[in-house]
Write a protein that binds this ligand. Structure first.
Ligand code: C5P
Length: 400
């Protein structure tokens, strides 16, 4: 959402990874950004400008000396209209030229002339990456406020293995979102989000778990980041990738989650418990694998886990979830009171398109004053932003 109607200048330089920039341009465009691609001459040897023009539906620039299109002085116009400039892939050459303040092509001039934040996603051979010249150039640029999306480790086109692969599109995209959202309505706020379903060991190979995928909590963490918050995500096991720009703490059990939450909330303004915390855990987890005894049945003794939300006290805004299969609002209101919450997100888990392990959710938001807001079926990131709209209102009302 933070990308909608934003102007993104995407610089593409001459690396074999240039083809991956097409995917980035596509995702940025799909998210509603106006993407102006600026290519170096070397980049046009790897991928045709037509590819980017077709994806972005906008002119692609590569030369200072083209006949003017919609811009009068192109590098100045691009530099001024940009909300953010991202260079992906960024070669050792562009990094060196930017560090030296050289302005001999359209991309360098645009970066030199802009006041917008600049993000670099380097891609190069491992030896070029590790070369102190490259690292010193990057250090100079970092000191000037450039954001660097660290390259990944793996096999390279040149046959070597090591650091220097262009970071995944999702990482570059996440960094662009974080940079664009840094002045948002949660700027300066510290938000703790829990996600996923805890796992309570029975023995070293078995556990009691639930069907939570973590998608709602991860969407909340990313949405809070995109509105400028400093986010800590406390995650029970999920198959989701760690969000960019979010401090992620991995836990397994309810007791571990309790400790991580209590540690994190001392400096937090907001706690959102989206995790499905197990209510019971095996009283005595086996140290070794429990053997089945011929045909005999087995009884597992369970004990209650502590209620984390109820334990957290203090002036912070507390948001809980109520996953219910009956009497949705009645049960949610009871939980809101019981746990001393500012807001509860009531979630009907009986519908196939809502609740656990799907990409959409249908919820009712209920606040401490009894106001109810029934949201339509929305993708989870959309639900996350509607929850954060309410959190921002509550923070403003509490003058936090
Ligand atoms: O009581 P119930 O589990 O339905 O409450 C759901 C809400 O309480 C969720 O926000 C969940 O993360 C939180 N919770 C908790 N500690 C527990 C169980 C649930 O904080 N032990």
């Amino acid at each position: 959402m933070v990308l909608r109607d934003k102007s993104v200048v995407l610089g593409v330089t001459g690396s074999i990874a240039a083809y991956k920039a097409a995917d980035l341009a596509s995702k940025l465009t799909q998210a509603g950004a106006a993407v102006d691609v600026v290519m170096t001459r070397a980049a046009t040897e790897f991928i045709a400008p037509l590819t980017f023009r077709s994806i972005t539906h906008r002119p692609v620039s590569s030369s200072m000396f083209n006949a003017p299109t919609e811009y009068e002085i192109e590098h100045i116009a691009l530099a001024e209209r940009a909300d953010v400039i991202a260079i992906a892939p960024a070669t050792a050459d562009i990094i060196a030229r930017l560090a030296a303040g050289i302005a001999d092509d359209l991309l360098c001039c645009t970066v030199l002339a802009t006041r917008a934040p600049v993000i670099l996603a380097p891609a190069m051979n491992v030896n070029m990456w590790e070369n102190p010249i490259t690292q010193e150039n990057l250090e100079r640029l970092r000191a000037r406020g450039f954001r660097v999306v660290e390259p990944g480790y793996g096999a390279m086109a040149c046959g070597a293995t090591g650091a220097g692969r262009l970071a995944d599109t999702e990482r570059i995209l996440g960094t662009i979102q974080q940079v664009l959202g840094s002045g948002g309505d949660l700027a300066g706020k510290c938000v703790v989000v829990t996600a996923g379903g805890t796992q309570e060991p029975i023995d070293p190979v078995r556990h009691i778990g639930n069907r939570s995928s973590g998608k709602m909590g991860y969407a909340l963490a990313e949405a809070a980041r995109d509105r400028g918050a400093e986010v800590t995500l406390i995650s029970a096991p999920t198959s989701l990738a760690e969000p960019v720009g979010v401090e992620t703490v991995h836990v397994q059990t309810a007791l571990e989650m309790r400790q991580a939450v209590l540690d994190a909330v001392s400096t937090a303004d907001v706690l959102i418990m989206a995790a499905a915390v197990a209510d019971y855990r095996p009283a005595n987890a086996g140290k070794t694998k429990i053997k089945k005894e011929s045909a005999a049945d087995m009884t597992l003794e369970l004990v209650r886990t502590p209620d984390i939300l109820s334990e957290v006290k203090g002036g912070l805004v507390k948001v809980g979830f109520a996953a219910e299969s009956e009497d949705l609002v009645k049960n949610a209101v009871a939980k809101l009171k019981e746990k001393g919450l500012d807001l509860i997100v009531a979630n009907d888990i009986t519908a196939a398109d809502s609740g656990f392990d799907v990409d959409t959710n249908r919820v009712v938001l209920i606040d401490g004053k009894g106001n109810q807001e029934e949201l339509p079926l929305l993708p989870k990131p959309g639900v996350a932003h509607r929850i954060l709209d309410r959190v921002a209102d509550i923070l403003a009302a509490k003058k936090m």
